[in-house]
Design a protein around this ligand. Structure first.
Ligand code: MGD
Ligand code: MGD
Ligand code: MO
Length: 761
């Protein structure tokens, strides 16, 4: 089957180069600044790309990074500034009236800003005032009513101090962007293979024979992975995508570094096939593939499954096999949306491959049954020993560039006793809150009911990223205190509490001269590689402070603990790393000589027991974990009530955005120009509803919690998407995602599986 799409321009290629250049132009970054960035980044090893968490090649300069990385850098490096003149005298209503794009284009934050409900206005203030106000508010609030959110862009050093600040202040509530993202991956992997991280490294891409890319759109969100897949395809590897959308990148992608493709303005079909699984149908599809494997194994005993690996390392095979063998093929077809021949085809390719990488992203995690689904991915991997072998493994592809590192640093609401004990030993006399805290879902619930009275955030755009975004923003406006440490203005900042602070911080690309010396920080990518990162650009304002410094100064201002030498830590980040090293004993292997190794090699990889076939489960074996084919979910309940009128909605990213940061109203890879309020619909579903391309519809969520959720006037677009499924962009459609239903076990919002009805308007 040839799936090449030759009618449209390839993804990547010339378009990517033009878009990267355009990004620097749109942000009005002078050539001189770009030049110094390129040079410095080469000379000093530079900074970690603030885009996604896909690993970078050792020693490669950042210029080698992708269009999306360049955009992320350009957006951060902009010389435009939202300073005092912009904020002074503005009301929240005035800022809320600006579009996301307009807010973003105001540029970098360059001054602390205070909002007070008494005057209903923002104004620029100085740092001493800001820290004083923060301390006054935090001292007055009960610590259990304060949440400390972290988005995954901060460094390890900042994340470590952040959780130390929260816990020593007395709050265990550390929600993070992972709660919205790969939480089910970590949870599922921990249960199945004993560690909540992926087992692959970059090098595996050069050795895999087969890639299963499930629920992921790497052309837009992980272009460096796309380049690795492109190279793999060219050396003869097979790439199979499972996705309700026939994403362009899989059909036609040109690697911007491939000269002949660039000259010919043509690409290749990176995937051999795309299987249009139904939204939420992956669990059934994966079980179907396993059923086919068990059948093949029965026909050719000893030739299909890796009995040696399973005998030595796994448990639970018999139970899984009987569960899967009992499934009816027609039920599997109905649930997955894929046919028996399609599922058998995947099984055949899988059985043929000696080394398979199984990769996934938000298409698997943001669902009610995410954990069970990811465990079927693991089951499939274990059946053929595809863990802990070159060119094979489990690869949850993380989102934010340091989201994995933030977690390793304990910036999360549930940590081990050992982690807390180690911190107590590291800072004698410290008192730490040892409770399990609230995750993002818990904090949102608390904001709605009024028990959470303050939100502090280390980056991110909490109110927009959250499910039920309009209601969360509204709840933030009603709380007592909000404080955001941020590089750029966003909508959450426009919904302050009774007292609101926005504090301007340095980004990854900015030179950090805190404590009078050039400081470097570190990050951890999706393959557990920790690397040093040193900003190269002169900051546009001397009022911006680094994240570690701001967090340390907040702690000093509150004055709640003298056990931590905050000033000394902020003056020399090596000291933060020394503390981290001490606190990681018995928690995370591989942090010995943290600072020295970063200084000497620039990077090191944290050991991953599962990748060495050591499984840290109670039985020391990797576990096959079955799951019923069908489950009760908001979608099944809505369909029971309204039948085929209900469609499954996924909220997804366009090519020109980074999470809540919208770069433009276009999506080059989906032929969208100038308007993001688009609803992608299968043509047969359109015909069944008498809808035509260009019709306007209102979209209404069908959720049984008594709350009306509707977004209006979306333009219908016939699209290559599985039947019964529709797609719209977030944040435009975020108001449809309920904060009342989450994925089982992990409370991840069901951003990709919202039951909706559509009505012509
Ligand atoms: N440029 C750029 N890079 C990014 C980001 C960004 O916004 N912009 N965001 C970063 C972050 S934080 C993250 S988490 C990642 C996100 O990276 P992705 O997960 O690739 O991003 P999404 O747009 O959420 O796309 C999800 C994909 O899942 C598919 N999908 C949806 N539902 C299902 C389903 O039920 N089954 C299957 N099999 N597929 C499904 C969609 O069709 C889509 O192709 O990217 C990171 N990198
Ligand atoms: N409907 C819907 N909602 C979703 C998703 C979805 O698929 N659908 N995806 C979810 C996912 S996967 C994720 S990860 C979350 C993301 O949620 P968040 O991480 O909360 O959101 P971002 O848009 O990444 O945050 C962008 C903001 O971070 C700040 N920032 C950027 N760089 C830095 C820095 O270096 N330091 C500091 N301090 N601040 C910085 C800037 O102010 C910028 O405006 O969104 C989730 N929300
Ligand atoms: Mo994410």
């Amino acid at each position: 089957m040839d799936i090449t799409d030759t009618r449209s321009k390839p993804a990547g290629g010339r378009g990517a180069i033009a878009a990267a250049l355009n990004a620097f132009r749109r942000q009005e970054i002078p050539a001189k600044v770009i030049g110094s960035f390129l040079k410095n980044n080469k000379v000093h090893g530079g900074f970690d790309c603030p885009g996604c968490a896909f690993p970078d090649k050792d020693g490669r300069p950042l210029v080698d990074s992708c269009e999306q990385g360049q955009k992320a850098v350009a957006w951060e490096m902009t010389r435009k500034a939202a300073g005092g003149a912009f904020f002074d005298g503005k009301t929240p209503e005035e800022l809320q009236a600006l579009s996301d794009l307009e807010l973003e284009f105001e540029g970098r934050l360059t001054t602390p800003v205070l909002y007070e409900r008494a005057s209903n206005r923002y104004r620029a203030i100085d740092w001493d005032q800001a820290l004083g106000i923060a301390a006054r508010e935090l001292r007055a609030l009960p610590a259990q009513a304060v949440a400390f959110y972290a988005s995954g862009r901060s460094s390890n050093e900042a994340a470590f101090l952040w959780q130390l600040l929260a816990r020593s202040y007395g709050s265990p509530h550390l929600p993070d962007s992972s709660n919205f993202c790969h939480e089910p991956s970590g949870y599922a992997l921990k249960q199945s293979v004993g560690i909540g991280k992926g087992t692959c490294q970059l090098d595996d891409f050069d050795h895999a024979e087969l890639f299963l890319v499930i629920g992921q759109n790497p052309a837009s969100n992980h272009p460096r992975m796309m380049a690795a897949l492109h190279a793999a395809r060219q050396r003869g590897a097979t790439i199979l995508a499972l996705n309700p959308i026939g994403e362009r990148g899989f059909r036609n992608f040109s690697d911007p570094k491939n000269v002949s493709e660039l000259l010919g303005n043509r690409g290749i079909a990176v995937a051999n096939a795309i299987y249009p699984v139904r939204i939420g149908g992956d669990l059934a599809a994966l079980q179907g593939v396993m059923k086919a494997l068990f059948e093949d194994e029965a026909a050719r005993p000893g030739h299909v499954l890796d009995h040696e690996f399973m005998g030595e390392h796994c448990e639970g095979l018999d139970t899984l096999r009987s569960q899967i063998e009992a499934l009816g093929w027609s039920d599997i077809e109905e649930e997955s949306g894929l046919s028996i021949p399609q599922l058998r085809e995947i099984a055949t390719q899988y059985a043929r491959s000696k080394a398979t990488m199984l990769c996934w992203c938000m298409g698997l995690t943001q669902h009610p049954r995410a954990v069970a689904t990811i465990q079927q991915v693991v089951n499939l991997a274990l059946l053929r020993g595809n863990v802990g072998k070159k060119g094979a493994g489990l690869m949850p592809v993380r989102g934010h560039s340091n989201v994995q590192g933030d977690r390793t640093m304990g910036a999360t609401s549930q940590v081990s006793t050992r982690w807390l004990d180690n911190q107590a030993a590291c800072f004698p006399g410290i008192r730490l809150c040892r409770d399990h805290g609230r995750d993002a879902a818990g904090v949102i619930g608390g904001l709605f009911e009024g028990s959470m009275q303050a939100l502090l955030s280390l980056g991110g755009n909490f109110g927009v990223a959250a499910p039920d975004a309009p209601r969360v923003l509204d709840a933030l406006s009603k709380c007592r205190f909000t404080l955001h440490i941020a590089t750029k203005l966003n909508r959450t900042h426009c919904h302050p509490g009774a007292i609101g602070l926005v504090l301007p911080t340095l980004g990854r690309s900015d030179q950090d001269l805190s404590g009078g010396r050039a400081q470097s920080v570190s990050t951890e990518d999706t393959s557990s590689t920790v690397r040093a990162s040193r900003g190269t650009q002169r900051p546009i304002s001397d009022r911006q402070r680094s994240e570690p410094v701001i967090v340390a100064q907040l702690a000093q201002a509150i004055g709640h603990t003298t056990a931590v030498p905050w000033q000394a830590l902020a003056d020399d980040y090596d000291r933060i790393r020394d503390a981290i090293e001490q606190c990681q004993h018995g928690v995370t292997e591989g942090f010995d000589a943290y600072s020295e190794r970063l200084r000497e090699n620039g990077r090191f990889r944290l050991p991953n027991a599962a990748a060495e076939r050591r499984f840290s489960t109670p039985s020391r074996r990797a576990r096959f974990i079955g799951a019923p084919l069908r489950g009760e979910t908001p979608l099944t309940r809505a369909r029971q009530q309204f039948g085929d009128a209900v469609l499954a909605l996924m909220t997804i990213r366009a090519h020109d955005q980074f999470n809540t940061t919208v770069y433009s109203n276009d999506d080059r890879y989906r032929d969208v120009a100038g308007d993001r309020r688009v609803l992608f619909v299968n043509p047969e579903d359109m015909a069944a509803r008498n809808l035509l391309d260009g019709d306007r519809v209102d979209i209404e969520a069908v959720i049984d919690d008594g709350i009306d959720r509707c977004v209006r006037a979306f333009t219908v677009r016939g699209f290559d998407i599985a039947r019964g499924c529709v797609a719209a962009y977030f944040p435009e459609a975020s108001g449809l995602v309920p904060a009342s239903h989450y994925s089982a076990d992990t409370h991840t919002p069901i951003y990709k599986e919202v039951p909706v009805r559509i009505n012509r308007c």
